[in-house]
Ligand binder design. Sequence first.
Ligand code: ADP
Length: 598
Amino acid sequence: MLRRIIAENGRDHRWSYAVVIVCSLLVSGATAFSAWVMAPMVNEIFYERRGDAIVWICAGFMGAFIVRGFAGYGQAIALATIGNNLVARYQKRIFDHLMRLGVDFFSDTRSGRLAAQVDENVGGIRDLLSLTLISITRDAVTLVGLVALMVYQDPVLSLSSLLIGPPLIWAVVYITRRVRKINRESVLINSRLTGSIQEATQGIAIVKAFTMEDELARRIGIMADTAEQRSNKIARVSERLSPISDMLAGLAVTAVIAYSGYRALVLGQPPGAVFSFITALILAYDPARRLARMQVTMERALVNARMIYELLDLEPKQSDATDAVEARITTGEVRFSNVTFGYSADMPVLRDLSFTAAAGKVTAVVGASGAGKSTMVALLQRFYDVDMGSIEIDGQDISKVTKRSLRQSIAYVSQAPYLFEGTIRDNIRYGRLSAADAEIEQAAKQAAADEFIRQQPQGYDTPVGENGATLSGGQRQRVSIARAIVRQAPILLLDEATSALDNEAEARVQEALTHVMEGRTTIVIAHRLSTVVNADRIIVLEEGRLVEEGTHASLMADPHSIYARFHRIQGKKGLGLVDDVKPIQTSQRAKKAVGRKA
Ligand code: ADP
């Protein structure tokens, strides 16, 4: 894992790494020097009583600490720069990757949790890298310097104090293994917690309307408690290393003092070397402990890194064929031929569906909730691939053209108009990034949106609140219709809103839609009587099959037709009234299905 991270990111930071390494060598050299200087200090100043030694020993000591301070600073800055750059890089990479994944991924994943998990895990990767670098460079190099000094001063004592190594390593391995599992649980519970908080705030209107506050608070409270327990457990397990390593270190220092005391008292050796040795031993303890602990901490970071790569390694389920060409759209005629499709293999949602949506004409799709209307629209945009049959636009099979060019020829207006962070102008421009301001305003006029946009505090440059909270439902719909007009696509997919708007807003949206349908091949999931009545062609779906096809007049001619029955049951009041804009209420679930897919 570590190798992969370094291989993917190492090259661009060569200079920063060089700074880190040089600074680490300086830090470690200065540390070893300050331990070494103990020997001449004791021997020259206290044993030999030489005054001149005071000056150079003090100067040396001071010098070593100044070098250590500045080198430590350079090292920390270089590491932080690498770490922050790494975070930005993975954020970009993950977002790019998420955008490439198919809609199927998002219908299985909760977005809040996903965002939280990405956030937590990216931070983990940064820690992984800076931890390893700090440990390997500073601590390991320092340790090597100090151990070398110890061996130089006293090989026998060194050997005895290095005996604590093996039990320490055993303790580390044991603890690491214990911590691994809890870490993964902890990341998951934390991201669930953050995700739930995000979802609750996004759906705040529903939360309040259904007085869900207390219940949600209770659930979030439980998660917070579990997260707390997990963190405590991690702390308890990983901190077990402290008493173990401290006891072992105490043992080593005690042994050294006892043996060297015996040598000084019984054999009368000068104390300098022993002082230097003990100083080195004590100084070595910290980096040694950090190195041991690194293994445990790194385990957590590795869990994060693994989870990031699990996401990055997900292949988008359907990608362009290797010989995919650009879609060449002339008239925009859409033809479904014997299309069969199911989200899971055993449950077909569309069965042997064939129809043609004539170029430049309006085709209305009618059917009960769950009949497969939204699925049909999703297939035409190639969010999923058909199991059997084919979908053609102007005679080109959509599975043989690039998804990008296919989708560029389609404008989609969803039931729930989604507005993104940015200004109203930005939101319309997402239809076509190259659109000039004049085109945007023209589109807004056609969508009957110009007037209210100009009344906003900053006109077109007014930032929209999250999900367009500062605009009404009807206004949001008109902004999204303007987005579709700006796209200048030959094909329009329209999922009519089932949500009731007041009469005025309804009429305005209708007016906007009439404009956008003009001259485009329009496929509309119809919920309004006026749409169906005025459509050039109506297709009726039932359980994924096309059961009837015709115009309003021809379908109504047969009183036993399913279409006619629809009207009797659901649209009685509206029958025959062309201007009636009441929704037919065919689909409650369509809204949900599209919400999931979007
Ligand atoms: P409609 O738009 O006519 O209400 P849909 O196309 O949304 O119908 O749904 C048709 C069927 O496909 C339903 O049974 C629904 O449960 C199922 N379905 C819709 N979306 C998904 C999905 N993302 N994954 C699995 N099943 C789905």
